[in-house]
Design a protein around this ligand. Structure first.
Ligand SMILES: CC(C)(COP(=O)(O)OP(=O)(O)OC[C@H]1O[C@@H](n2cnc3c(N)ncnc32)[C@H](O)[C@@H]1OP(=O)(O)O)[C@@H](O)C(=O)NCCC(=O)NCCS
Length: 146
């Protein structure tokens, strides 16, 4: 991800509260953070992104989305696979993330990759208020799609 991606990235935001351009920019330059962007086919259109951090053997997925019109075509799986691969290369042994309880698509994807629920945070999200499910993956055992 580069600064050139930021405008499209913020436009692609649908979740409330969304990250602002400033928040994405801060992430771009955070020393422990890295991101991947997916582009659609030969049109090279911005189609999705994943924002991660890794430090001291532990990694976290902070934000992850595919633009609505490009969903269901395997891009989410590719982004997640690429991120987990990089975490493995960096020596991270575990990856954590939080997801809305009702987000069945994302939860199904994470579980296919071997993520397991380790926590439940009631009222974690707002607009609408909802619980977060906390997932963990032991990377050495689970990089490949199950
Ligand atoms: C979650 C998200 C990134 C998945 O991206 P995607 O490109 O649509 O996903 P893929 O096409 O790679 O599909 C991966 C898996 O997701 C699940 N999935 C995708 N679309 C689905 C649908 N309409 N219904 C149910 N499951 C679905 C399937 O398990 C699928 O695996 P399969 O192809 O082996 O069946 C995308 O739906 C998205 O951006 N959602 C909004 C933002 C979000 O929820 N981010 C995660 C927050 S933690």
């Amino acid at each position: 991800m580069t600064e050139a991606d930021l405008v499209e990235l913020v436009l692609a935001e649908e979740e409330k509260p969304a990250w602002t351009a400033a928040q994405f920019a801060e992430e771009l330059y955070h020393p422990c953070a890295w991101q991947f962007v997916a582009c659609h086919d030969d049109s090279s259109r911005f189609a999705g992104y994943i924002c991660c951090r890794s430090v001291a053997g532990e990694a976290e997925i902070l934000k992850f989305a595919v633009i609505r019109q490009f969903r269901g075509q395997g891009l989410g799986r590719l982004l997640l696979q690429a991120a987990l691969q990089r975490m493995a290369e960096e020596g991270a042994g575990r990856c954590y993330l939080e997801v809305r309880d009702s987000n069945a698509v994302a939860r199904g994807l994470y579980e296919k990759f071997g993520f397991r629920q380790i926590g439940y945070r009631r009222d974690y999200y707002s607009s609408p208020r909802e619980a977060a499910v906390v997932y963990k993956l032991n990377i050495a055992k689970g990089v490949q799609k199950k």
